[in-house]
Write a protein that binds this ligand. Structure first.
Ligand SMILES: [Zn+2]
Length: 186
């Protein structure tokens, strides 16, 4: 393979602890040439050369991190990689929600986004407000991709059956049960 970078001795390299989501598969893995979206950076401890590798390669090769000149364990390294995987997954899920509610062009949409980022969910009232307008606008979107936190004791005071019908598709089976129980008092 012309121009292909090679890792001769994996022990010369360490995971820098840095990774990036490129948004699309626009990079290629410096080890296997596969098109990649998530890039993990490894560094040669002698030459300082940095390569970008994909999620598979960072897991497949025995690359570890260095902390204060000491090589971390493989387990510790994989924990760090998994943290990134989890974060990327969460950010992607948030991105869908943000792209969808951006279609509302409300001036206060930023505060909805902030709440969602901070808490990881919308309240039933927040999701009702958003869904109600998105539906009225005729926006096509997937309610199941929104996370809603239902606490019938705390955040459903003035919730009604009509509102419930609007957010119903975003709820889990347990949440639906809980809401119905609360709304119908049975
Ligand atoms: Zn690769």
């Amino acid at each position: 393979m012309e121009g292909k970078k090679k890792v001769e001795n994996v022990l010369d390299w360490y995971f820098t602890g840095k990774a990036e989501d490129k948004g699309e598969r626009i990079n290629s893995c410096d080890l296997c040439n596969t098109a990649i979206r998530y890039v993990y950076y490894i560094k040669n401890k002698f030459t300082g050369e940095i390569l970008g590798v994909g999620s598979d390669c960072i897991e497949r090769f025995n690359v570890t991190m260095m902390k204060d000149g000491v090589r971390s364990s493989r387990l510790e390294t994989l924990k760090e990689v998994n943290k990134y995987k989890y974060r990327f997954k969460k950010e992607n899920a948030n991105q869908y929600v943000f792209n969808t509610i951006d279609k509302l062009s409300w001036p206060n949409i930023g505060s909805y986004k902030k709440d969602y980022s901070d808490n990881g969910y919308f309240t039933p009232e927040q999701s009702y407000a958003l869904f109600n307008y998105l539906d009225k606008q005729g926006t096509v979107y997937d309610k199941k991709k929104f996370k809603i936190y239902v606490d019938t004791k705390k955040n459903m005071n003035k919730f009604t059956y009509r509102k419930f019908k609007v957010i119903e598709d975003a709820l889990t089976d347990n949440q639906k049960k809980e809401c119905k129980k609360f709304l119908f008092n049975d």
